[in-house]
Design a binder for this molecule. Structure first.
Ligand SMILES: N[C@@H](CCC[C@H](N)C(=O)O)C(=O)O
Length: 270
């Protein structure tokens, strides 16, 4: 058995509106975690705990090439709140007020906006109105009233508009889609309520992470779905458990503006 110990993993802990991340810089041949280690680090009781773990790699066209892992070890093509956090790291390193991130979901541009960070999450790539369902589904048979909107933002989202977002049992309604053949790659699920001031209230069940305090790519999907339903203009404020995001859907994609927080650095022994 190889008893040689592997070099420890150094990481940064950050969050965007309470959606929390462990960020590991894998550049310069620095050690990166195995999927088993991702799950162990993500354990809220025995590890560090995170909603997503982010690994940074050298890039030939961006500040970083980025890989996003959920706490169950699955990967995702997008992670909006983490993208704001690592964009801040990139800008601090480069001294510029802008950054470029290459993710599985595409090339993302980010920039400072005062004390906040703006990220262009790209165009929405699909919705139920544009893409025929994989099979003939009676959408009204889905667990909640009404027909959801399916919007891709580098990752899949199923957006339900409900009368009272606080009344939704997220652990039940969100988990329903973890093994639904309608979503062969699973999906993130957002439950949204329109408010009288034109803003939206969003609660989120994340694929591979469960209920989170905020989901940035989900907020982008919600903004697109709400606009397509005539509920909002092309820009909207969304209230999440962890705080507010501002979304504006422009011709070059959906821009998301919000805050980030830097928590601490740490070392994961191996
Ligand atoms: N919290 C993220 C979304 C993270 C990935 C998602 N769970 C998925 O698997 O697609 C965000 O802020 O976008």
């Amino acid at each position: 058995m190889n008893t040689a110990s592997k070099p420890p993993l150094t990481f940064r802990k950050m969050h965007g509106l309470g959606n929390d991340f462990v960020i590991i810089d894998g550049r310069n041949n620095a050690p990166i975690p195995s999927v088993e280690e991702v799950r162990a680090i993500g354990d809220r009781h025995r590890g560090v705990g995170f909603d997503q773990l982010v690994v940074l790699h050298e890039s030939d066209e961006a500040d970083f090439d980025v890989v996003f892992y959920n706490s169950d070890g699955s990967t995702s093509g997008a992670c909006g709140n983490a993208s704001r956090c690592i964009a801040d790291l990139a800008m601090a390193e480069s001294g510029r007020d802008s950054a470029l991130l290459r993710t599985e979901g595409g090339l993302l541009r980010a920039e400072r906006a005062g004390q906040l960070i703006r990220v262009n999450m790209g165009p929405p790539v699909l919705s139920w109105r544009d893409v025929p369902l994989a099979r003939d589904v009676d959408l009204n048979a889905l667990p909640l009233d009404g027909t959801p909107s399916a919007v891709g933002m580098g990752n899949p989202h199923c957006v339900f508009f409900v009368e009272d977002a606080e009344a939704v049992d997220i652990a039940v309604e969100g988990a329903r889609f973890e093994h639904d053949p309608l979503f062969p790659e699973r999906t993130n699920v957002e439950f949204v309520q329109s408010l009288t001031d034109g803003s939206l209230r969003q609660r989120t069940w994340e694929r591979g992470a469960g209920e989170t305090l905020a989901c940035g790519s989900g907020a982008c999907a919600v903004a697109v779905a709400a606009h397509r339903r005539g509920l909002t203009g092309r820009d909207v404020t969304i209230h999440l458990d962890g705080g507010d995001l501002h979304l504006d859907w422009r011709n070059d994609g959906v821009w998301m503006t919000g805050g980030i927080s830097y928590a601490f650095t740490g070392v994961w022994p191996r």
